[in-house]
Design a protein around this ligand. Structure first.
Ligand code: BG6
Length: 312
């Protein structure tokens, strides 16, 4: 199925710029001043700003922007696997590949019928990818910026193969927070989770909301379609709405692991939390010609709004 037809409005301030490696980045900017920037390197959302120009996604000051591998920050895509197993690289190859702008019109950022700005990107497997993962696919990513500044990512995977294949998927989202000790994640209470710090053993979340006081690396299973990340110090809340993405990964590397990562500052773990809409426990299986869609929307609201039923 194709995305709905779009109208290209040349008056909208959108731009195609090149990074220091010569790779195209597409900038969406709405009339209120909010913006999003996506790189063709990895189909990686490298910036999302509100209408006051504040960056809402974390990117490490040590991110390796020279490397063709995914930078530490923003929102990248894990596909076709989560984690590190078999011949594929950790979290799959999609985030390390050069994507193209989907030339099935429009070829430039455009507006959909709801007034959202968007750009469509496309990834097809290279000969090299097919050696390690012998399944022909098309992965489309639509990055949308709403008039309210909301960021929406819609991915579609289509099986172009003669045989079924299965995959996992995640939007690995580095949210910028004031101080991780002041952050609560709500919406995952009583959920079962796999703890990546205990060989993926299964537990049930007991507590109230999730808070952080040490390394945290869990996959919450079959979670509700809305999760809130409350930043008390900034008095604001990221509301994450998702569809087609039953699982949620929550990750903070904390101090020791940050120090061991070349592309992360020693203290920077305090300013980020990853909360990823994902499909992990039960991978998606597509028969020939079938398509899967996974949709993630992130909005930022004052914390006082959250109890007003945005989510729960
Ligand atoms: C998280 C995983 O989603 O991604 C962690 O749960 C992992 O285990 C983290 O460390 C970062 O992975 P990478 O490959 O980007 O360093």
């Amino acid at each position: 199925m194709k995305h709905p037809a779009a109208v290209w409005d040349p008056r909208i301030a959108t731009a195609k710029v090149k990074d220091s490696n010569g790779v195209d980045q597409i900038v969406l900017r709405n009339p209120q001043g909010a913006s999003a920037k996506v790189s063709l390197q990895g189909g990686h959302v490298i910036s999302w700003r509100n209408n006051r120009g504040e960056e809402l996604l974390f990117t490490s000051s040590k991110a390796n922007v020279k490397s063709p591998r995914a930078i530490r920050g923003g929102i990248c895509i894990f596909f076709p696997q989560f984690g590190n197993c078999g011949p594929l690289e950790q979290h799959g190859f999609a985030r390390n590949k050069l994507w193209t702008v989907d030339e099935d019109p429009p070829s430039l950022p455009a507006k959909d019928s709801n007034g959202k700005l968007f750009v469509d990107l496309l990834l097809r497997p290279s000969e090299e990818d097919l050696k390690f993962w012998p399944h022909s696919f098309e992965l489309r990513l639509r990055v949308c910026l709403g008039t309210d500044g909301n960021l929406t990512l819609i991915s579609r995977v289509r099986n172009m193969n003669g045989k079924p294949f299965s995959f996992s998927f995640a939007y690995h989202s580095y949210l910028s927070v004031s101080d991780i000790s002041e952050v609560r994640v709500e919406g995952l209470e009583t959920m079962d989770y796999l703890d990546n710090l205990c060989q993926r053993e299964r537990f049930t979340e007991q507590g109230d909301a999730i808070t952080f006081e040490s390394e945290f690396d869990r996959v919450y299973l079959s979670s509700p379609n809305c999760v809130a990340v409350l930043d008390h110090q900034r008095k604001r809340t990221f509301v994450i709405r998702k569809d087609g993405l039953p699982d949620v990964v929550v990750w903070n590397p904390w101090e020791k692991k940050s120090k061991a990562m070349a592309d992360m500052g020693d203290e920077e773990y305090k300013q980020m939390v990853c909360v990823d809409g994902a499909v992990i426990e039960r991978p998606v299986t597509l028969k020939p010609g079938e398509e899967w869609t996974g949709r993630l929307e992130i909005l930022l609201v004052p914390s006082s709004f959250c109890s007003g039923g945005l989510c729960f």
